[in-house]
Design a protein around this ligand. Structure first.
Ligand SMILES: C[S@@+](CC[C@H](N)C(=O)[O-])C[C@H]1O[C@@H](n2cnc3c(N)ncnc32)[C@H](O)[C@@H]1O
Length: 253
């Protein structure tokens, strides 16, 4: 590995490098992600008029392609301004998401349309791109008054934003405050990672265990509905042993 600079600062996150090397260049890994999301939405029903928040979207919308069939409104969010700018360009149609991922979702859905048409369906559902800090008790800012959500997805965000279990627990509660009771929370976390690379930078890897994540979810008021583990994971730019998805419902008080 080339000599990389260590960082925890997402100001150093390069969205273009991430899309090219983590999203566009890891088709097997991405298929496993998309399979997992397809299965979760097939089994954990969301119906009626639904609003979804994807936390820490980064520059990639793969986490909301399947979801766009199940909700009416999607809000993307991120901490890093350069990722928000990237997403705004994508929403305007100035950037396309890797076509093979849209084609793969279409094959799972058994739908006959082009990747471009499917991507535009996702774009049409996106109603906002919001700054967020999952470490804050008011993650969308103190002036946010846009209401709560019925589905929240954290795809490698919360676990990438903090390093200790007590911090993870706080983030889980912060994000839970944005979710309606009975709402669905989906989290994807790496495990056993010591690093992941973004461009010239090396970030500390995410290494929470499934037991730790499940425990903080239950303590934050969730009932776990689905656990999916991908353990045969290999990636040039990350040494995670694997990753898992957990889907959970926020309990009614
Ligand atoms: C590893 S990337 C994951 C991106 C994408 N969701 C995916 O699945 O590939 C982690 C993302 O979390 C964002 N992030 C880091 N700290 C955050 C925080 N405190 N609040 C919200 N997002 C944060 C980063 O800017 C980055 O886009």
């Amino acid at each position: 590995m080339a000599c990389l600079m260590e960082t925890r600062d997402y100001a150093n996150f390069d969205p273009y490098w991430y899309i090219e090397n983590h999203i566009g260049n890891d088709f097997i890994g991405m298929q496993q992600d998309l399979d997992s999301l397809h299965k979760i939405f097939a089994e954990c029903k969301v119906s009626g008029k639904r609003r979804l928040l994807d936390v820490g979207t980064g520059p990639t919308v793969h986490s909301v392609i399947t979801a766009s069939n199940h909700v009416d409104e999607i809000f993307l969010s991120d901490y890093a301004p350069q990722n928000l700018q990237y997403l705004a360009k994508w929403r305007k149609g100035e950037i396309a998401h890797p076509k093979k991922l849209l084609d793969y979702v279409l094959s799972l859905e058994d739908r006959l349309m082009t990747a471009e048409e499917r991507e535009n369906e996702v774009r049409d559902k996106v109603k906002g791109i919001l700054p967020i800090d999952v470490t804050s008790e008011q993650p969308l800012g103190k002036d946010y008054d846009g209401g709560k959500f019925d589905v929240v997805i954290s795809s490698h965000c919360i676990d990438a934003a903090v390093y200790e279990v007590d911090e993870l627990a706080k983030c889980m509660k912060n994000v839970s405050s944005l979710l309606n009771e009975g709402g669905l929370f989906i989290i994807a976390c790496d495990f056993g990672a010591t690093f992941f690379q973004i461009g010239e930078y090396k970030y500390d890897g995410s290494s929470f265990t499934k037991e730790e994540v499940k425990t903080v979810m239950v303590e934050a008021g969730f009932e776990i509905k689905e656990y999916l583990e991908i353990s045969n994971y290999e990636h040039q730019y990350c040494d995670a042993k694997g990753y898992f998805f957990i889907a959970a419902r926020k309990l009614f008080l």
